[in-house]
Design a protein around this ligand. Structure first.
Ligand code: DLL
Length: 434
């Protein structure tokens, strides 16, 4: 562990620390952020809680609050104390800006050093940071953590995949950090270059920034011969470094000395008991630049009850299964793209490259899954293809209880992404035949 005194802290001490930090935070934002002062006034609350259980009485923060105060309106320190900004481009509209003080940057580096150590990395490792550098938090977030842990850090950023492979091989890289979907493109490109990706010295992948399934993990581990570790975070709360898996690969430890996690019923917004799924909500306990109170992430997860054998006392959240705004409703059944992925990646003969395409036929919404056949399958064997298509349809039907159209497509015909993969393509706004 990078910071065992925190990561393995007795729960009782942790809860006391959380309460102290929460009250200091409430006083700070009440004093300095007009938005929070008015939120507290609306519900007639003082910026103080007597116990952590009272957290549920505090007002929420949502993405629209950040948009409405774009770019600097939610800073809780004078502008001159902010030393860096990042932004989330958001597939859903205007960007949101987040600011970090010198202390925030230093805490973030510690949290990312924890993340890498949690994944099994040590100062002997060589870390290739293939998340994008720039306003996206992935690149610089992992970069600072890797340096803080003492690893040799390669700031290659995303893209130029052939060069990524060259560097992986020439620099004897042992840790690859990128999105899970991009790691598959790296493996594929290595093969094209005549390099067996399994023969590279790589041993750990720190993958996140997009939803992925357990079967996808198995595929990546198989293709690259790595231990694939899930890391989670979001710009509005920090960036990567909010929660990460340990080598047990059984849930992501939330850095609870810096973030309070709640899981809420997305309809009633009432906290659910541990073990039940719901929307993840975070309160930042130590952030100075832009602290947030009860930020609604829209991500769906649950707390995994019980202790982890790794010795960390921080609770674990299950891998994100989807976002409330990604959920498809197909003939009344709720389906997340990651559930479709879990089914597809378990079927021999199809590759882990797919898109869910939404379109309109007349006034009817239709959903079709486009999935590549595996490169070793003869794409011109009509009977074999028909058989495979039937299998995919029936596997989806039996796992998810919905009938979805399936289209098998040629290897490499689905667009590859160098960052977050686009899993859902919505053509419903487009004019037919245009
Ligand atoms: O994606 C931060 C990050 C960078 C995390 C690198 C991990 C690695 P945003 O661009 O603000 O920040 O997007 C945040 O991405 O609310 C989730 O919906 C999704 N997400 C992030 N990590 C995971 C993950 C970064 N491990 C949004 N599994 C979040 C599933 C994830 N979804």
């Amino acid at each position: 562990m990078f910071q065992p005194e925190s990561e393995a802290m007795p729960r009782e001490d942790l809860e006391k620390l959380q309460l102290d930090r929460l009250n200091a935070l409430l006083a700070r934002v009440y004093d300095r952020v007009p938005l929070y002062r008015s939120k507290f006034a609306e519900v007639g609350l003082r910026p103080h809680v007597d116990s952590l259980a009272n957290l549920a009485e505090l007002p929420f923060t949502v993405k629209d609050d950040m948009r409405a105060h774009y770019p600097y309106g939610m800073f809780a320190v004078p502008r001159r104390d902010i030393v860096r900004v990042h932004a989330s481009s958001g597939t859903t509209g205007q960007i949101t800006v987040v600011g970090y003080t010198q202390a925030d940057i230093s805490n973030w580096a510690d949290l990312m050093a924890r993340t890498l150590a949690c994944a099994g990395a040590t100062p002997d490792d060589v870390v290739q940071v293939a998340y994008g550098y720039g306003l996206f938090t992935g690149g610089l977030g992992v970069h600072y953590g890797s340096e803080r842990l003492g690893c040799l850090t390669i700031p290659i950023s995303g893209g130029n995949t052939r060069r990524q492979v060259q560097v992986l091989s020439d620099f004897a890289v042992t840790v690859l950090a990128c999105t899970p979907s991009y790691s598959l493109l790296v493996a594929e490109t290595a093969e094209e270059m005549g390099i067996d990706p399994r023969s590279l010295p790589l041993r750990i992948g720190v993958f996140g920034a997009e939803p992925w399934s357990e079967n996808m993990r198995a595929q990546i581990e198989e293709h690259l011969d790595v231990r694939a570790i899930d890391i989670y975070g979001l710009s509005e709360v920090l960036g990567p470094g909010v929660a990460s898996e340990c080598v047990q690969q059984d849930g992501l430890h939330v850095n609870e000395d810096h973030f309070l996690i709640e899981i809420l019923d997305p309809k009633t917004l009432i906290p659910v008991p541990d073990g039940e799924r719901g929307e993840v909500v975070f309160t930042t306990l130590t952030k100075e630049g832009i602290p947030v109170i009860r930020y609604r992430t829209r991500d769906i997860s649950r707390i995994i009850p019980g202790e982890c054998p790794c010795g960390r006392t921080f609770r674990r959240m299950e891998r994100i299964t989807g976002r409330t705004d990604d959920m498809l409703i197909i003939r009344g059944v709720n389906v997340f793209p990651s559930q479709i992925e879990q089914v597809l990646t378990g079927i021999p003969g199809v590759a882990p490259h797919y898109q869910v395409v939404l379109s309109k036929r007349g006034s009817m919404d239709t959903v079709e899954v486009h999935v590549e056949v595996a490169p070793d399958l003869a794409f011109d064997e009509v009977r074999e293809l028909e058989e495979l298509q039937r299998t995919v349809r029936s596997e989806i039907e039996s796992a998810l209880a919905v009938t979805i159209g399936v289209k098998l497509v040629e290897p490499r015909s689905i667009e590859r992404s160098e960052g977050k993969a686009r899993r859902v393509v919505d053509l419903r706004g487009e004019i037919e035949g245009a």
